[in-house]
Design a protein. Structure first.
Length: 118
């Protein structure tokens, strides 16, 4: 039993020595200045990492929005091309506004699965 405790105590001693060595390095003025500088640059500076991260996410969101609107513009341009012909304009008027020619009857057929039931 005493042998196992000595093993654990030796490993704990090594851990504590490493921790104390790290704190001993903090006594060095250069290490303290570098740590303060790093904390200042990451959190408090006007060009801090936090602000850069926020701006990068905003830029990414705006680029996604830009791509969305480019696709919508392409879709609208395609629809405009289709409507610019007389045949396309007639098709659009019949489908969207249920227009008809003279002496023509239009019947709207709705299927049971397309009706909204409340």
């Amino acid at each position: 039993m005493a042998i196992k405790q000595n093993k654990y105590f030796k490993s704990l001693k090594n851990i504590f020595r490493a921790i104390f060595a790290a704190f001993a390095a903090l006594k060095n003025i250069f290490v303290i200045i570098i740590i303060i500088f790093m904390v200042w640059m990451v959190f408090f500076d006007t060009n801090s990492w936090l602000i850069h991260h926020e701006l990068n996410t905003d830029i990414e969101a705006l680029e996604n929005e830009k791509d969305y609107y480019k696709k919508e513009i392409e879709k609208d341009n395609k629809a405009i091309k289709e409507i610019s012909t007389e045949k396309g304009l007639e098709k659009f008027a019949r489908e969207a506004y249920y227009m008809k020619r003279e002496n023509e009857e239009i019947y709207i057929i709705e299927y049971e699965d397309s009706l909204k039931t409340k």
